[in-house]
Design a protein around this ligand. Structure first.
Ligand code: ADP
Length: 440
């Protein structure tokens, strides 16, 4: 028992004992006890009222000295109050330091709650995105930075790669936006000025497009002359082979230039514009026709599991299918099988090109969509591969909100799965697999 309690109890016992003794002297022991108890109660009520008053006036002088219970209560209270003050000071200091360090960051950082409302932002965010620290607090960030790609990023489940959007604060400037989840349902929106990268990319794209364009005309002339020379009956026999080789190389250059121009077009064309409703099952059948008379091509099977249509740009989807099919045919022996499949469901649709060909080693798969990447450069050159086909496929897919998923086993075959979101699919009814399957 603490000393103060022991003192209080012994004082109380003494007082009651004295009351009882004096009462007994006057033959009124109970009255004496009662008077002593009332006196003890009055004493404690006095301290209680005094403490309550001190709480209001904050004048605790009465409780600062001594070792009674009320002094102990006060000293504990004072200790807790001082501790709370110290913590508050420390918290303010940390907050100030945090503010100073986030303000020193060149990138914008915006703390959002689960409804995408602004909780706080640093100075860079006010400069880069034109946010107002006090005025915009509590506002939904997608109401202030209005961009459909940012809205998609903010509402997506899980972490997505960043998106580039035009700066709402400065014309001609671009921001890269990333969303990182943290805490209980909060998110951090990170903004980085990528104007320079975008400008460099545009320069590179324009350079490739211009150079390709300029090379096309002289190449057409060279190819024309080569064709005439090759057709000349008086051509010296020893020149036959070199001219044929020159023709093959000219054709290869024409393909490279054509594909580079297609890539530039895909990269620079805006996303808006006319879109078609594409009958994918019919498109697959059309693309298969190109190999109908090719004896060295493997069998091509179509599995159209749905009559659903895809909303997109017909020429781009056509190019996607032709690129994937041409790859599958080139990498599959004549006795193998290439399967083109189209399935749609409530979560979206999938266009799959599967083959039973040579397959691709796992370490090459992540690099397949890089420009000019070829697994076997020497062989690719022989079979006409340029290394731009899958880069085109990737771009077409990203322009149609799709994704490419590649799985492959060396010696067994590969599968290129193109996934499209439900928003791109025009409903159709599922058709039984057996009736949709056709052989080449
Ligand atoms: P290319 O014009 O050379 O075919 P792509 O970009 O279309 O270029 O393909 C890149 C590389 O991926 C090819 O060189 C090839 O090695 C590999 N590849 C693509 N599709 C297949 C496939 N179906 N089977 C095996 N390898 C493939």
């Amino acid at each position: 028992m603490p000393e103060s309690s022991r003192k209080l109890l012994s004082g109380l016992a003494l007082l009651l004992g004295a009351g009882l003794g004096i009462g007994w002297l006057y033959s009124q022991p109970l009255t004496g006890l009662l008077v002593a108890a009332l006196a003890a109660l009055a004493w404690q009520v006095r301290w209680l009222v005094g403490f309550d008053r001190a709480l209001h006036t904050r004048d605790f002088r009465l409780f600062q000295h001594g070792d009674g219970i009320w002094q102990r209560i006060y000293s504990r209270l004072a200790f807790e109050r001082d501790r709370a003050r110290r913590h508050k000071r420390e918290y303010r200091r940390l907050l100030k330091e945090f503010r100073k360090s986030t303000d020193a960051m060149p990138d914008g950082a915006v703390i959002l709650n689960e409804d995408n409302e602004i909780v706080a932002c640093n100075r860079a965010a006010t400069v880069l995105a034109g946010l107002k620290r006090k005025k915009d607090r509590g506002q939904r960030v997608d109401n202030i930075i209005r961009d459909p790609t940012l809205a998609r990023l903010l509402h997506a489940e899980g972490e997505l790669p960043g998106v580039d959007i035009p700066s709402p604060a400065e014309d001609g400037h671009w921001l890269n936006c990333r969303v990182v989840p943290f805490g209980a349902g909060q998110k951090l929106l990170l903004l980085r000025d990528v104007t320079e990268r975008i400008a460099l990319n545009r320069m590179r794209r324009d350079f490739v497009a211009n150079a390709s364009h300029e090379l096309r005309s002289p190449l057409t002339v060279i190819s024309g002359y080569l064709d005439s020379i090759a057709d000349d009956p008086d051509l010296a026999p020893e020149l036959g082979k070199p001219v044929a080789e020159m023709q093959a190389q000219a054709r290869r250059m024409t393909t490279i230039i054509g594909e580079l121009l297609e890539l530039s077009r895909l990269e620079s064309a805006g996303r808006r514009g006319e879109e078609d409703v594409i009958d994918i099952a019919a498109l697959l059948a059309e693309c298969r026709k190109a190999y109908a008379r090719d004896d060295e091509a493997p069998g091509i099977t179509i599995e159209a599991g749905s009559t659903a249509k895809l909303r997109g740009r017909r020429d781009e989807i056509d190019s996607l299918v032709r690129n994937l099919l041409s790859n599958a045919v080139r990498h599959t022996p004549a006795d193998g099988v290439v399967t083109l499949s189209w399935q749609a469901g409530p979560d979206g649709a999938e266009l799959v090109v599967r083959d039973t060909g040579e397959g691709i080693a796992a370490e090459h798969i992540p690099r397949l969509t890089e420009r000019f990447f070829r697994v076997d450069r020497g062989r690719a050159r022989e079979d006409g591969g340029v290394g731009l086909g899958l880069a085109i496929v990737k771009h077409v897919l990203s322009r149609h909100d799709g994704e490419l998923d590649v799985t492959s086993t060396v010696g067994e075959g590969s599968e290129f799965r193109c996934r499209f979101p439900a928003s791109r699919v025009e409903a159709g009814r599922p058709i039984p697999l057996a009736s949709g399957a056709e052989g080449a």
